[in-house]
Design a protein around this ligand. Structure first.
Ligand SMILES: [Zn+2]
Length: 329
């Protein structure tokens, strides 16, 4: 059969050799656009592997300083800290979250001393600090009390700013939390503190390994009353737009891989940065599949990360950050 009988369009010209493919490739995601989420423990000399998240650890601040050296050397410049609370003290309101002696508040100056240029972001939520594992206290009817949660979240954010965080990222999905936190930060003199909203955050099955890492699963019920529903994308998009109006400096879609359409949609509606949280389940699923021989670990990670950036994410919060060179090198 004579090929000239077919269309003269020959798209394969643009991918004939590796060099030609590189010529026409989109830029590879930069290490500087990766944010590494890390779990900090109180105390010193502590390092606990997280069984459901291969390659990730709960670390005391001094151990995190060591763990960060090869990560920073690859060009990753930003961490997102998650705290833990051990022993007594968890209560209805999550009071230990604002403790200046808490794991996050104590880790910030240690990291700052070791890496003066590191961008230190903190997750702001209550679920690791409440006795019931929800992201706010209950009201008299048993619902999560939105406005009481906002007041508490604002105090936690201020405590992180006071400890030296460059930015705070509230993840509780309470209405008005961005306005409440911005107001509290400004009143306390932290006008320079970046406020990143987990704006479009879905109630998702993809958080399982994280809850194992953080010991933050609710003891009763679930979070569908405050996290967005994947069956209602319109309201999920409004969450981001409302948070922009309340003064968020950056928006977020979480999880990332099942929500690429929403990343693209949020990107088209805002000029703010649109972060994507490539969550624990997305990370651990690829690890588990690679372990079974179903896919190549780093090649699959690379494909998934390209998808997130292609959808329009401007930064990715990802457990793959420490493996940046192995994935993209
Ligand atoms: Zn929470």
């Amino acid at each position: 059969m004579n090929c000239s009988e077919f269309s003269p369009v020959r798209l394969r010209r643009l991918r004939r050799t590796a060099a030609i493919r590189d010529l026409f490739a989109m830029p590879r995601p930069a290490a500087a656009n990766f944010i590494w989420p890390v779990f900090v423990l109180p105390g010193t000399g502590r390092r606990e592997a997280i069984a459901s998240m291969p390659g990730q650890f709960r670390l005391s601040a001094d151990e995190l300083v060591k763990e960060l050296a090869p990560v920073v050397a690859q060009g990753v410049k930003t961490v997102l800290l998650f705290g833990q609370h051990e022993g007594e003290g968890k209560d209805e309101c999550g009071t230990p979250a604002e403790d200046p002696q808490g794991a996050v508040q104590q880790a910030i100056p240690v990291l700052r001393a070791a890496y003066p240029d590191l961008v230190i972001l903190t997750d702001v939520c209550l679920c690791a600090y409440t006795s019931h594992g929800h992201c706010g206290p209950h009201d008299l009817e048993g619902d999560i009390d939105n406005d009481a949660a906002c007041e508490m979240l604002a105090r936690v954010a201020v405590s992180h700013a006071r400890a030296g965080a460059d930015g705070v990222a509230p993840s509780a999905m309470m209405d008005g939390q961005i306005a409440a936190i911005r107001q509290a930060l400004d009143e306390e003199g932290f006008k320079k503190t970046i406020l990143i909203s987990y704006s479009t955050k879905f109630a998702s099955q993809m958080y399982g390994p994280f809850r194992d890492a953080e010991n933050s699963a609710p003891s009763q019920g679930d979070r569908q009353g405050y996290q967005a529903s994947y069956r209602d994308p319109g309201t999920a998009l409004r969450e981001s737009m409302v948070d922009e109006a309340e003064g968020a400096d950056a928006l977020m879609v979480k999880p990332a891989l099942f929500y690429l359409d929403l990343i693209k949609e949020v990107r088209s509606r805002t000029d703010l940065p649109v972060m994507a949280y490539n969550v624990s389940g997305e990370y651990s699923m690829i690890f588990a599949a690679a372990e079974k021989g179903y896919c190549d670990l780093y090649a699959t990670a690379r494909e998934s990360l390209y998808a997130i950036f292609r959808a329009g994410a401007t930064q990715v919060i990802s457990y793959w950050a420490p493996f940046y060179s192995k994935i993209f090198g």
